[in-house]
Write a protein that binds this ligand. Structure first.
Ligand SMILES: *Cc1c(COP(=O)(O)O)cnc(C)c1O
Length: 420
């Protein structure tokens, strides 16, 4: 690591910040996006229709993910909701999830009055600890819903083996993991279905947007009907019989046009993140008390939606993480403390105590739920995690040197910072 950033007083104590330059802005866009949006605008066909941009995007995304079919949806939340609904997951069903994820993962389960069951996190990878899944399975378990968190990949070998043995459906929440791979194959293509988000912060972005990919074409047709207010694709123009539940969760042509344009940038951007992340890991790995998230051996590509590491304050003179985050921000290298434990959110208490849940599951079972859904490893991880966002990985190697340099500088002056 170059000495430059390390020497000097921390910015929080009056020194010059390691960095004053901005990190790359997001999203990246030029005349390509303007042109595709204009085309949709001029066509007057703004909603999805056969042979238009949404269809083209679905075909391109399925090809990219290596699946037989893809359905675009309004967002990642509706991709998950549509999949669960099409599979008939509802009251009485249990769905196994990690506690280290975005709240949408469980909101879609709660929306269908199913019961999320949390399995603790693997502290080294920040992913669901697959060795603890089997003991969480009950006769009510219907779905395993691993999340490939931060662009990293959950232990798919272990998860698929358990699912196979216990006859359970796997839905991959791949909302943060576009282009991530396991054994050389894209994530999202391993389970019965994989769900993606194209929300503004995600590595592929159309402001809002989502997709379901699957090799089960019949399932994608069920999903189509659900997301199209109960009307299937094969229904003729005059057949208005509705055969199942549904909502309107369609993507617009504008979003699909944006996605097609943004997709042409995705590979290069991903490679850049990977290269920069590797450099950053090499530098941060030398700093005592900093432990970058590891990947499992069969993760052959990490999409680095987030760059995640653990911060051990004992190696920083007891400097609390909150103060470390402040000091980093002052150096011009913003980072966050990431998620708080999802299984402890008041949301769960309120929903599980609601009339509907009490009626479906009974007071005794729901009381026991809180005991059974403790995740001590995840609780500890939530205290020590630190994240950089994906856009910070889109610049140059010198950016990585400054990011690691800021950490090293803070460590060198940790005792003073802890006092101040
Ligand atoms: C972003 C995200 C979602 C939801 O996607 P939206 O497009 O925001 O609805 C679901 N799960 C995870 C893990 C996410 O990161």
């Amino acid at each position: 690591m170059p000495r430059g950033p390390i020497d000097g007083k921390p910015a929080l104590l009056g020194g010059a910040p390691v960095r004053t330059a901005k990190f790359p802005s997001w999203p990246v866009q030029d005349s390509l996006e303007t042109g595709s949006l204009h085309e949709v605008l001029k066509s007057g066909k703004w909603g999805r229709g056969t042979g238009q941009a949404v269809n083209r995007f679905e075909a391109a995304y399925a090809a990219k993910m290596g699946t037989k079919a893809c359905l675009a949806t309004a967002n990642g939340t509706s991709a998950l909701l549509t999949t669960l609904s099409a599979l008939g997951i509802g009251p009485g069903d249990e769905v196994i999830v990690p506690p280290y994820t975005f709240v949408a993962t469980i909101n879609t389960i709660l929306q269908n009055f199913a019961l999320p069951v949390f399995v603790d996190t693997d502290r080294e990878t920040f992913q669901i600890d697959a060795s603890k899944i089997e003991r969480a399975i009950t006769p009510q378990t219907a779905v395993l819903m691993p999340v490939h968190l931060g662009g990293n990949v959950a232990d798919l070998d272990a998860i698929l083996t358990i699912a196979d043995k216990r006859k359970l459906t796997v839905i991959e929440d791949a909302c943060q993991s576009h282009l991530a791979e396991w054994r050389g194959r894209k994530v999202g293509s391993f389970g019965r279905a994989g769900c993606f988000s194209f929300q503004a912060s995600k590595n592929l972005n159309s402001g809002e947007g989502g997709a379901i990919v699957s090799n089960d074409e019949e399932l994608i047709e069920q999903c189509f009907a659900f997301h199209n207010n109960s009307r299937g694709r094969k229904t003729s123009g005059t057949d208005f019989s509705y055969r199942q539940r549904g909502l309107n969760l369609r993507l617009t042509e504008f979003q699909a046009a944006l996605l097609l344009a943004q997709m042409s940038r995705l590979d290069d951007q991903s490679r850049r993140r990977e290269t920069n992340a590797a450099a950053l890991t090499a530098m941060l790995g030398q700093i005592p008390g900093i432990a970058p998230a590891k990947s499992y051996a069969n993760c052959t590509r990490n999409a680095y939606h987030l760059y995640m590491f653990r911060y051990d304050l004992a190696q920083f003179a007891g400097l609390p993480r909150s103060r470390f985050l402040q000091a980093m921000a002052a150096e011009g290298v913003p980072c966050s403390g990431g998620y708080s434990p999802l299984n402890r959110e008041p949301l769960l208490k309120n929903v599980l105590m609601s009339k509907g849940y009490q009626r479906i599951y009974g007071e005794k079972r729901l009381k026991a739920w809180f005991e059974q859904n403790q995740c001590p490893v995840n609780d500890a991880l939530c205290q020590e995690a630190v994240w950089f966002t994906q856009t910070m990985l889109l610049g140059e190697k010198s950016d990585m040197e400054q990011m690691a340099g800021a950490v090293a500088r803070i460590q060198r002056h940790a005792a003073d910072l802890a006092k101040g």
